[in-house]
Design a protein around this ligand. Structure first.
Ligand SMILES: Cc1ncc(COP(=O)(O)O)c(C=O)c1O
Length: 367
């Protein structure tokens, strides 16, 4: 069989969809590497979630609950919301795909911010829709710009809040302006993958509760420390949940994933603890890096987007960090060529970032 065989051909446009580029995770030849490239929780999941994982290894032959009943109730109880308006996904990415599958097709437009999470564009292209990237103002979503770009073809707006990879945040007042300004036929999807990192922020849940065209997505991959299990959830109007259920596979999340995620969301004390630790280390790291002439916008997440004078400098810094075992995220595929995204690790990890970048700045006479 030859790779050149042109008999079985993917649908038009499939092969021009850009591949998702994840953070580096290979550690070959590095001594004592630290991975700060995927915004994972450096403390892992709560002990209660780990214990549940250890106890969930029986019944491997039995299919999981396709309705995720216990998990949806655990989420509903933890968040004070209605379990009937929750849908769970095998990661929140899956829900992004479902939304595109349900609401957009060829000829439709899907809006995202220019430095929005890469999967919005990829998922839009997967269903043949046209992704529309809206420029930002100093790496902040431009709410009037988004409203202005809406038309009769706009089916979905994806907005991560706070956003990855910029770390910036749109407050409730601006969110309300956005919801009021967009057409009624446009579904606003508020991606709250990092919402837990902001104290008392509901990630748009109240809006999703009261508006017919607002949907929220969340993940267990970040603050809950369960990136390997691939579990996410969404919340919104019942008519959206009903549509999404039509495209969801019958058993999309493993039993172990469901049980462990339920244990994780019940342990809100642990979530709060991680949030507090992250906030302290993140703000200290930003301050220390500022002292060595490396700036970042105020971050509302578990990472900093560091800015360098030019793309060459950013690339050299990335290489220097990597050579010294500090793996961070090059974000040039997001059009942020002068930036590097650094996840907030443990206090030891942060010290290592500071030490390594101080050396780098000294070598490059930037201090
Ligand atoms: C903004 C945003 N949304 C969604 C996701 C996807 O998370 P999940 O692991 O649930 O697919 C990420 C992951 O990095 C993200 O940064």
């Amino acid at each position: 069989m030859s790779n050149d065989d042109k008999t079985i051909i993917p649908r038009e446009g499939i092969l021009s969809i850009p591949l998702y580029i994840g953070g580096k995770s290979g550690f070959d030849g590095l001594s004592n590497p630290i991975k700060l490239s995927a915004n994972e929780n450096p403390y892992g999941p709560s002990r209660k979630a780990i214990e549940t994982f250890r106890q969930s290894q029986d019944n491997l032959a039995v299919y999981p609950d396709g309705n995720h009943a216990a998990l949806r109730i655990a989420i509903a109880d933890a968040m004070g919301i209605n379990s009937k308006r929750i849908i769970c996904g095998a990661r929140s990415d899956e829900l992004i795909h479902f939304l595109c599958q349900c609401y957009a097709t060829k000829g439709d437009e899907i809006i995202h911010t220019v430095h929005g999470f890469a999967m919005y564009r990829i998922s839009a292209l997967t269903v043949g829709a046209t992704p529309i990237a809206i420029t930002e103002v100093e790496r902040h979503a431009d709410i009037p710009g988004i409203i202005k770009a809406c038309n009769e073809r706009t089916k979905i707006i994806f907005l991560a809040n706070p956003n990855n990879p910029t770390g910036t945040f749109i407050d409730t007042e601006e969110l309300n302006k956005l919801v009021d300004g967009i057409p009624k036929h446009t579904l606003l999807v508020l991606d709250g993958a990092y919402a837990e990192y902001i104290e008392k922020f509901d990630g748009g849940i109240e809006l999703a509760e009261t508006r017919n065209n607002v949907f929220v997505t969340r993940t267990f991959s970040k603050i809950h420390g369960l990136g390997s299990l691939r579990v996410g959830w969404g919340y919104g109007p019942e008519h959206v949940i009903e549509a999404l259920q039509r495209v969801k596979g019958p058993f999309n999340i493993s039993s172990i994933g469901q049980k462990v995620a339920a244990a994780a969301i019940k342990d809100m004390e642990y979530v709060e603890n991680c949030r507090r630790r992250n906030l302290k280390l993140r703000d200290e790291l930003a301050e220390e890096l500022k002292k060595i002439n490396i700036n970042s916008d105020r971050s509302y997440t578990n990472f900093l987007l560091l800015r360098f004078p030019d793309s060459k400098f950013a690339k050299l810094a990335d290489q220097y960090l990597y050579k010294n075992g500090v793996i961070v995220r090059n974000v040039s595929n997001y059009g942020l060529e002068t930036g590097l995204r650094v996840s907030i690790g443990t206090s030891g990890d942060c010290e290592r970032v500071i030490e390594t970048l101080t050396e780098f700045q000294e070598i490059n006479h930037a201090l």
